[in-house]
Write a protein that binds this ligand. Structure first.
Ligand SMILES: [Fe+2]
Ligand SMILES: [Fe+2]
Length: 337
């Protein structure tokens, strides 16, 4: 592109590197567009201006010839999308997370939103129907996210601005973000990518076993009876069973699931493990899971602020790993404010 000026007020550099008014349709994106019916209007650059091209209206259907013309324009770097249509573009990327990771036109918050929607949808599909195929989709989504973090640790920050529902996929996602932030802060890049990947997958799916607990117990607004709680206590082991059956072999991933309710003083469940018996990732999972629960509206408790909950967890040295809780607290107070 030569000196393309958009709206007459931006230089090419500031338009395309900071907050672009138009986003270039790369070959990778074009090839994933539904053929013959575009999900958003496209614009082509002619000389120094951008003009709508055919297929711009929702009712338009493209002919094969028109599709091929657009394909050629794309190869020549002439095809763009207006930022006004960013939501439809984001919907496309939610289905193609690998493209979202490499798109320089997205802000960190937009990329975080796309990754969270894509990963929670895949996690939801796995929790509904655990299988090697649904697990593979979750794994690909997780790798897209950890790839971003591996390249730039600060890429985790915008995830803290996102909000979700009270369902299991979002709870898993929130736990994953908290745990990854703690892990990054503790190790400051001294741990390899594999640990990040294994931890992320374990945290995202840590409550998979809850899908086997009767709904009336999970949603009960009052305290659980002893027998009901005994049922709930089985969910970490059931989660391990579900993940193993789907093909997960990583001990680190399975430990996140098995140990997220263990507490350092032996008061947790299901094994009543004590400090030395709980792995580092199991300890991080415990802090991250409790924090995700405390900062979410639950049947018996209102959501509380992130820093307030972290102060509480960091003070509770008897039950929670202080290194993880403090690392996350320092991260929230210094890097998010
Ligand atoms: Fe749990
Ligand atoms: Fe949980």
């Amino acid at each position: 592109m030569n000196n393309l000026t958009i709206n007459g007020s931006h230089t090419e550099e500031d338009v395309y590197t900071t907050s672009p008014a138009y986003i270039q349709i790369t070959r990778g994106i074009f090839d994933r567009l539904p053929k013959f019916k575009l999900p958003f209007p496209l614009h082509a650059s002619y000389d120094d201006t951008l003009k709508p091209v055919f297929g711009s209206r929702a009712s338009d259907r493209l002919t094969r010839e028109q599709y091929e013309v657009l394909s050629r324009m794309c190869s020549q770097g002439m095809l763009f999308l207006s930022r006004r249509d960013i939501e439809a573009y984001k919907d496309l990327l939610v289905e193609n997370l690998d493209l979202a990771v490499g798109d320089p036109c997205l802000s960190g918050l937009e990329r975080a939103d796309i990754l969270s929607r894509g990963i929670t949808a895949k996690a939801g599909a796995f929790l509904d129907q655990p299988s090697p195929a649904t697990l593979e989709a979750v794994h690909a989504g997780v790798l897209a996210l950890t790839g971003c973090l591996h390249a730039d640790r600060a890429a985790i920050n915008p995830f803290f601005q996102l909000d979700g529902d009270q369902g299991l996929p979002w709870h898993g996602f929130k736990t994953m973000i908290f745990g990854l932030a703690a892990f990054q802060k503790i190790y400051e890049g001294r741990q390899g990518r594999r640990h990040l990947d294994d931890l992320a997958l374990g945290l995202l799916l840590h409550d998979a076993g809850m899908t086997r607990i009767p709904g009336f117990v999970v949603k009960k607004p009052t305290s659980l009876q002893i027998l009901e709680f005994e049922k709930v206590k089985r969910h970490p082991a059931m989660g391990v069973e579900i993940l193993r059956a789907a093909g997960i072999q990583s001990v680190d991933t399975l430990n996140c699931v098995a140990q997220h309710h263990e507490r350092l003083d032996g008061s947790g469940y299901p094994q009543r493990c004590k400090s030395g018996e709980i792995t580092v990732l199991g300890r991080i999972a415990a802090v991250a899971d409790s924090l995700a629960a405390m900062t979410t509206d639950r049947p018996h408790a209102k959501a509380r602020g992130l820093a307030e909950c972290l102060h509480e967890l960091a003070r509770d040295r008897r039950r929670y790993d202080n290194t993880g809780a403090k690392a996350l607290l320092v991260f929230v107070l210094t890097e998010l404010s």
